[in-house]
Design a protein around this ligand. Structure first.
Ligand code: FCB
Length: 477
């Protein structure tokens, strides 16, 4: 039996009493107002304004205009009945040159946002870095440079000083895999560089930035603050049970997951990852003592999950761009030229990602086993479909409801099997700027008509509101 499917469809699934229901966004994807109140460009401004980088030439200049429409967006969250909202702070908005003093206007925006959320009984959950590095720091070398990690810790301290009295739950980085390997390896994300050694250097300095930032947060925040990191842990399956395919899965698991969980949660880089990438780099950028700095106690691990990864060994010339992370002539997987990526069979979302809740179930059980005692939060899960407003003005997204229903069933099963999952954040509150895909992919539970900025809760929003009201999974229709 598929472990993600309820054995008794008639018995409604009830989540634990204090389970946190939320929704999530990221600054560059929704805020707009890119040159207001002293904000400077981030790498995503530069990248999206470079012809050919983002589909349709879309940029985050206006996005969903959340910088001005946030009161309305908080109302929408109240309608969803969520208890928490995960948003990210824009680094170039609060520290425009990436070093030195903070911008009071930038910080005020997030202070007002947090206060308004708290007034509605919604817990603000802050992500410090969701990919918008100040361009000033990229000009100084970006994440492949060690100094960027130090700058990140300084910035974390500034935000903690400003918001520490009202924000309890903090996340250092969102999906450092994407920042390092898509940003500096395949180049399908900002800053669009394509050097495999730089991608690994970036991964290390993101790890180091995380560790230094956790220390800076602990120094400033009250005892009961909860500090986390969000990883897009890949659930990697071998195509067959052959030794060669299993080795391909091990290699991708190393680059996708263990290069981060190793130092962050275990205090060391995995020996096999260092060996697998020996032809790319000698890892001399890891200084003595770095793994210990990276290895800081965490209160929560944030897990983002969309779809599983299927790989096999491959003897021919390198195949690139077939892993669901965007097309490029350059690989985001250094040292893994003999791995082929395959489409998991089954229905797909508008991203082309296979819908497979069993991957989430299996992933959560693996984290339960590998990192016992570490509470988990699903910090992103969701799907893009080609949503549109019907003649009556309503937006019907039964496919999204089915996706959420399937994945939440998997989360419930994982909890029953002992995974310590404390909350779930639906990605995303609003349709928004989906990075290299621009506005062509709609992940929101609330539809955005970009011509008017009118927001329309989709049918999945009404479904999610039923769930958040009593913690019992409603039927799909
Ligand atoms: C994740 C990102 C998020 C969004 C979703 C679809 O990788 O963290 O910003 O783009 O994918």
């Amino acid at each position: 039996m598929d472990p993600a499917v309820s054995p008794d469809a008639a018995a409604p699934l009830r989540f634990p009493p204090h389970f946190l229901w939320g929704t999530a966004t990221a600054a560059y994807q929704i805020e707009g107002a890119v040159d207001e109140d002293g904000r400077t460009p981030s790498i995503w401004d530069t990248y999206s304004h470079t012809p050919g980088r983002v589909r349709n030439g879309d940029t985050g200049d206006i996005a969903t205009d959340h910088y001005h429409r946030w009161p309305e967006d908080i109302e929408l969250m109240s309608g969803l009945g969520v208890g928490a909202y995960r948003f990210s702070v824009s680094w170039p908005r609060v520290q425009p040159t990436g070093r030195g003093p903070a911008s009071a206007k930038g910080l005020d925006f997030y202070r007002r946002l947090a206060d308004a959320l708290l007034a509605k009984g919604i817990e603000p959950v802050v992500t410090l870095y969701h990919w918008d590095l100040p361009q000033h720091l990229e000009d100084a070398g970006g994440w492949p440079e060690r100094d960027t990690a130090l700058r990140f810790a300084e910035y974390a301290g500034l935000v903690a000083d400003a918001l520490g009295d009202r924000v309890k739950t903090w996340t250092t980085l969102n999906e450092p895999w994407c920042s390092a390997f898509l940003g500096y390896g395949s180049g399908v994300h900002a800053p669009g560089r394509t050097d495999p050694a730089d991608a690994l250097r970036a991964a290390h300095h993101l790890n180091l930035g995380h560790g230094l930032a956790v220390a800076a947060l602990r120094e400033r925040l009250p005892e009961d603050a909860r500090i986390s990191v969000t990883l897009n842990l890949h659930h990697v399956r071998p195509l067959t049970d052959s030794a060669a395919d299993r080795d391909a899965a091990r290699r991708i698991d190393g680059l996708a997951n263990r290069v981060f969980t190793g130092p962050m949660l275990g205090g060391a880089y995995p020996a096999d990852v260092i060996e697998d990438t020996a032809s790319v780099t000698d890892w001399s950028f890891v200084h003595d003592g770095d793994p210990a700095l990276i290895h800081q106690p965490l209160d929560i691990l944030g897990v983002n999950y969309y779809s599983p990864t299927l790989v096999s060994h491959h003897d021919g010339p390198p195949l690139h761009g077939a892993d669901g992370h965007g097309a490029s002539d350059h690989t985001p997987w250094p040292g893994a030229d003999h791995v082929a990526f395959h489409q998991t069979p089954g229905e797909r979302t508008a991203m082309g990602w296979t819908i497979d809740p069993s991957g989430l179930y299996e992933l959560l059980l693996r984290v339960r086993d590998d990192h016992p005692g570490l509470p988990l939060m699903i910090t992103e899960n969701g799907s893009a479909f080609d949503d549109y407003a019907g003649p009556d003005g309503a937006v019907r997204d039964p496919e999204r409801v089915a996706y959420l229903h399937g994945h939440l069933t998997a989360v419930h099963r994982a909890i029953e099997a002992g995974a310590d999952v404390r909350g779930y954040f639906l990605w995303s509150l609003l349709d928004n700027f989906e990075w290299g895909y621009g506005y062509s992919k709609r992940f929101g539970t609330v539809y955005v008509d970009y011509a008017t900025q009118r927001r329309i809760p989709k049918s999945s929003a009404h479904w999610y509101a039923k769930l958040t009201r009593n913690g019992t999974l409603p039927p799909r229709d």
